[in-house]
Design a binder for this molecule. Structure first.
Ligand code: PHE
Length: 329
């Protein structure tokens, strides 16, 4: 019997060393470990032995059985983990499958870029609600109830008291009510205007508001900061100019243009932002003493800025969600 045990052990070892895949392993299992396999038959024979021989051989038989089972199990896991490569044919010359990874919307990318530039210039980022009361959207910003400047903003009225904000300037008010100067922040967000939709205007767009309040803030600082922004965003050699303008909440006020030269077309000046020194009335409305503090504010349209930078001539494409447009960025 001992000879037999040795034979089986050695035979099994020789065969399992030659096993290359799960199919061969299964054949080996049938041959050794199944009900009629060599190991099971030997165990049957062992059971028939007289008691004294059983005692003598018990350990050896057990050891053989366990050894074969363990070896079988470990080869099995090994083959399963390696995916039993020889079973299936893999054509390594096939091209890979391309994964379609989305990108950030061009407006988000533009906004990120604007935020990064202002962050370095020392501005934090603040946000405010899109549904605003008449007070924040107009009154606190020095639009008198019958002020003709209200006509500048084609407003969506939700009811008598509330509007969809027509600009991000109300966030200035909220911020100045909350914090004491010095304040230096930009305020990005969506704004709404009740205008006829065309290539040039849409009922919804994005603005970035900027505000700096401290002692002795000057118009020269405002200009210097905006010029620095334009150079970083549009390029060092971008021609720019300031024109005087009017906003109820700034005095004096200006608009900034940059020279736009679309390829193959005539170049022209294009407005990119409004700006000015915060009107003393606005400071009074939020309880900041205009005798001590002064400040500047500016507001730019994100769509317009992106349109100038990337040569896009229709604002509606930002909102159509047409993949042919979106994948270009
Ligand atoms: N809120 C103005 C607009 O929507 C832009 C602006 C902001 C102008 C801040 C001056 C200062 O047109």
């Amino acid at each position: 019997m001992q000879d037999k045990i040795q034979q089986i052990t050695e035979g099994f070892e020789a065969e399992i060393s030659a096993v290359k895949d799960l199919k061969m392993l299964e054949e080996l299992r049938l041959q050794y470990l199944s009900k009629k396999g060599l190991v099971s038959v030997l165990l049957e024979e062992f059971k028939q032995l007289p008691v004294d021989q059983k005692k003598e051989l018990g350990q050896v038989v057990n050891k053989m059985k366990n050894q074969i089972q363990d070896r079988f199990n470990s080869v099995k896991t090994e083959l399963e983990e390696s995916g039993s490569v020889t079973d299936e044919f893999i054509d390594l010359s096939l091209p890979g499958r391309k994964k379609n990874i989305g990108t950030k919307h061009i407006l988000t990318q533009t906004l990120d870029e604007i935020k990064d530039i202002f962050r370095v210039l020392g501005f934090s980022v603040q946000e405010g609600p899109e549904l605003e009361s008449d007070y924040y959207n107009f009154e606190a910003l020095n639009f008198a109830p019958d002020h003709p400047a209200r006509d500048m903003q084609d407003t969506f009225f939700v009811n008598e008291k509330f509007v969809l904000r027509t600009h991000t300037s109300p966030v200035q008010i909220r911020l100045m009510e909350e914090k004491k100067p010095p304040i230096r922040a930009i305020m990005p967000g969506k704004v709404y205007r009740n205008e006829a939709v065309s290539a040039k205007s849409y009922c919804l767009f994005h603005q970035v508001e900027g505000l700096y309040i401290d002692t002795d803030v000057t118009f020269a600082e405002l200009k210097g900061m905006l010029i620095s922004f334009v150079k970083q965003f549009f390029g060092e050699d971008t021609p720019y100019r300031f024109r005087k303008s009017f906003f109820p909440f700034t005095e004096p006020s200006a608009e900034m243009d940059i020279w736009w030269q679309p390829s193959g077309k005539e170049g022209r000046w294009m407005e990119i932002l409004g700006c000015g020194m915060v009107d003393p009335n606005v400071l009074k409305n939020v309880g900041i003493d205009p005798e001590i503090y002064s400040g500047y504010a500016f507001g730019m349209g994100v769509e317009r800025t992106a349109m100038r930078k990337y040569g896009i001539d229709d604002i509606r494409v930002f909102f159509d969600n047409d993949k042919r447009f979106l994948v270009q960025f």
